[in-house]
Design a protein around this ligand. Structure first.
Ligand code: HEM
Length: 368
């Protein structure tokens, strides 16, 4: 099995909310929780690309906006707050080495930790089939390399800007008194965001599957696979399920409980497909799908062997920053990637400094 040793954190200062912060100081005080806990240090070069110095819209605007929509829940992610940790491994087929030098694609096994989640900032929200499902994965590669990805069970992302992302969340905010969002607010938002209207139509045409175990999880943003000659090929990726899902039971945590029960009985598997872009395919807009007939490379199989209650020492404390990439995978110019990286770091930094409460899904309390 490939190595999982923590890379050393370089002493490179970076900017956070205007103040210069030593990157190592961000880790001070955190317990050492294993090989995957190098958090909040990736993608520094990209972290502030989308924040112009005088811009009124910053990553803190997004964090504050999410807290206004979903309430203040100390210690939890400001989005995808409800989740369960998982662990397992990835068996590479070796097929993707034609596209990328990334060591994770060489034939062999790589340990993985991950987290299934539901979109939204309420860690105790009732599971609902229409809520977007997330899967974050962190691959433990040898030496200093890491690969993290945060994916959804959607065919496209509804937004192509951070402003759009927050605006949509605000338009969907539940109005006190009615218990529902204001339809006029969403109509106005969609009127001003045709890209979201078009993406929502595509999402509606792909209804969600029964549960987490039979969901396809896609990265949605575009990246470059880089081969040993330096050729850069645009790719998107999806983890395609290799099993059916158990039906969710009733109750607040029905979807998660079904996942936990199923994972107890048998390992859960997904095939990693790299989808190869053509020159006509958009590289910087995850609201636009690539044609279905694009070439797909079977890169290997993800196997998840156990589900764990969120806790110190597992994926709870990992930042699934989409710009933590190994050699052989590079970001596209999609501005949403740097926006995500920046906002995830802010959410991570805030939640790790806050007091913790038990998560909604307590794995050992899920009955067979
Ligand atoms: C292609 C687009 C996107 C995808 C596929 C995606 C997916 C995900 C997933 C799966 C998670 C949960 C990861 C985990 O378990 O830690 C997550 C977390 C989060 N997302 Fe996104 N997301 C996208 C875009 C955005 C955008 C545009 C924003 C805001 C600008 C955003 C804000 C957040 C925040 C604040 C978190 C919590 C981060 C943390 O505390 O670790 N996401 N996202």
């Amino acid at each position: 099995m490939r190595g999982t040793k923590l890379p050393e954190v370089t002493r490179q200062p970076w900017r956070f909310g205007g103040a210069e912060v030593d990157r190592r100081s961000l880790l001070t005080g955190l317990a050492a929780v294993g090989a995957f806990l190098v958090v909040d240090v990736g993608a520094v070069a990209y972290a502030n690309n989308w924040l112009r110095p005088a811009a009124a819209f910053t990553r803190q605007t997004v964090i504050d906006g999410l807290r206004s929509v979903y309430g203040v829940h100390l210690g939890f992610r400001k989005n995808h707050a409800k989740g369960v940790a998982v662990q397992g491994y990835f068996d590479s087929s070796g097929n993707a080495t034609t596209l990328s030098t990334a060591s994770v694609f060489r034939a062999g096994r790589t340990p993985v930790i991950g987290r299934f989640s539901l979109a939204g900032g309420d860690p105790f929200v009732a599971d609902a089939p229409g809520t977007a499902r997330g899967l974050g994965l962190a691959f433990g590669l040898p030496g200093r390399e890491q690969w993290r990805t945060a994916m959804l069970n959607l065919p496209v992302f509804p937004d192509n800007s951070a402003q759009g992302f927050l605006g949509r969340a605000e338009a969907g905010k539940v109005v006190p008194g009615t218990g529902k969002p204001d339809p006029a607010a969403m109509a106005a938002f969609l009127g001003a965001h045709p890209e979201t209207k078009a993406a929502m139509a595509i999402i509606k045409a792909h209804p969600p599957t029964v549960g987490f175990a039979d969901s396809t999880f896609s990265g949605l943003n575009t990246f470059y696979a880089v081969d040993d000659a330096g050729v850069r090929t645009p790719v998107r990726w999806s983890f395609v399920p290799l099993q059916r899902a158990q039906s969710p039971g009733p109750g607040r945590d029905g979807l998660f409980d079904a996942l936990v029960r199923q994972a107890r009985g048998t390992p859960l598997r997904w095939r990693l497909e790299l989808v190869v872009g053509e020159p006509s395919d958009p590289l910087d807009d995850p609201t636009v799908p690539w044609p279905a007939e694009r070439r797909r490379v079977d890169a290997g199989t993800l196997t998840l062997t156990s589900a764990l209650t969120e806790a110190s020492g597992n994926a709870r404390d990992v930042n699934f920053d989409p710009l933590v990439l190994p050699n052989g995978i590079e970001p596209s110019g999609d501005p949403l990637l740097s926006a995500r990286s920046s906002v995830y770091a802010a959410s991570y930094r805030m939640r790790t400094g806050e007091p913790k409460s038990p998560s909604a899904v307590q794995v050992d309390q899920v009955r067979v």
